[in-house]
Design a protein around this ligand. Structure first.
Ligand SMILES: Nc1ncnc2c1ncn2[C@@H]1O[C@H](COP(=O)(O)OP(=O)(O)O)[C@@H](O)[C@H]1O
Ligand SMILES: [Mg+2]
Length: 290
């Protein structure tokens, strides 16, 4: 699996769910039975290769010789190739019905982690096992701006595996969810960014996914839209799905997630109850600022 972006959908719950609730740990914590795993992330490493610019960490502090500079000028075509490690050895298990917040500073690797989990990015080491269908809602989900909202609903629906008739049957509720009214018949280039975000959300959730990942998408909508989004999240959880929510809003995480992951510099700093993780995160952040 290493080095490919294939996500293995063939594992079923029995493979890693069989031992649950029988071990000594389960006896010690009688709180709530654990659901079957829906997503397993195992020592995941993801890095970007970037061309051009200066090689990171390669500066020696003194000028290379004239010979070396001439040689490099002759051979260099795209500039130095740097490897930017974005996710470095993250592991966790997500279960049915769980809603997991992901917090961390800018550049911590949150978006990259979501993309790799959704199978949209190759990873360099480790593995992701997902059961069921993933939908990643983010700032860059692809809709075609030259087409009308209506056409995008059809294309997006077909891409989700719905049939033409199924998309038609859901069309009204999608438009209503996105709150676009007659704008649905105009090309998407006429939409505001908030309207486009609402349509993306509405299309991606037309078929309730098994694993819903939201990358700061909620912050773009107005209050009414945020309420509808919340309903959708609850719907996914009620159908034994799993929700991941990346957000800078502590309130959004607190009200929608019972568990949180804290990422920093591509590594998992803390994984636990949302309230405890938020508190530790705030403490670390405020201490650093003071
Ligand atoms: N397209 C890209 N090319 C190269 N590096 C990238 C790219 N996208 C993100 N990165 C790098 O990967 C790291 C993690 O970024 P990202 O996952 O976007 O963080 P977050 O979503 O937590 O802000 C950062 O160091 C960033 O510079
Ligand atoms: Mg991000």
């Amino acid at each position: 699996m290493a080095g490919t972006n294939e996500v293995d959908f063939s594992l079923d719950g029995e493979v890693f769910g069989a031992g649950d609730g029988t071990g000594p740990a389960a006896a010690a914590a009688p709180a709530k039975p654990l659901g079957n795993p829906t997503l397993v992330v195992d020592h995941l490493h993801v890095s970007y290769r970037v061309f051009g610019g200066k090689r990171l960490g390669a500066s020696t502090g003194f000028k290379p010789s004239l010979y070396r500079r001439l040689f490099e000028r002759a051979t260099r075509s795209v500039g130095a190739v740097s490897e930017v490690p974005a996710v470095r050895g993250v592991s966790f298990v997500a279960r049915e019905g769980e809603s997991i917040g992901i917090i961390g500073r800018n550049g911590a690797g949150k978006s990259t982690l979501l993309r790799a989990m959704a199978g949209l990015m190759p990873y360099s080491d480790g593995a992701v096992y997902a059961q069921g269908q993933c939908a990643l809602l983010g700032v860059n989900a692809a809709l075609l701006t030259g087409l009308t909202g209506e056409r995008n609903v059809m294309l997006g629906g077909l891409a989700l595996g719905l049939s033409r008739a199924e998309v038609k049957a859901r069309f009204d509720s999608i438009v209503e969810f996105a709150d676009l009214a007659e704008f649905i018949h105009l090309p998407m280039s006429a939409y505001s960014s908030g309207m486009a975000a609402r349509l993306r959300f509405a299309i991606s959730t037309a078929k309730v996914p098994d694993i819903l990942m939201i990358d700061e998408a909620l912050s773009t909508g107005d209050t009414a839209f945020q309420r509808r989004s919340r309903d959708k999240i609850n719907q996914v959880r009620a159908q034994a799905g799993t929700v991941f929510l990346v957000s800078h809003s502590a309130n959004a995480i607190r009200s929608m997630c019972e568990r949180a992951l804290w990422l920093d510099k591509g590594q998992l700093v803390m994984d636990g109850p949302a309230e405890a993780v938020l508190e530790a995160y705030n403490r670390a952040y405020n201490d650093a600022a003071a």
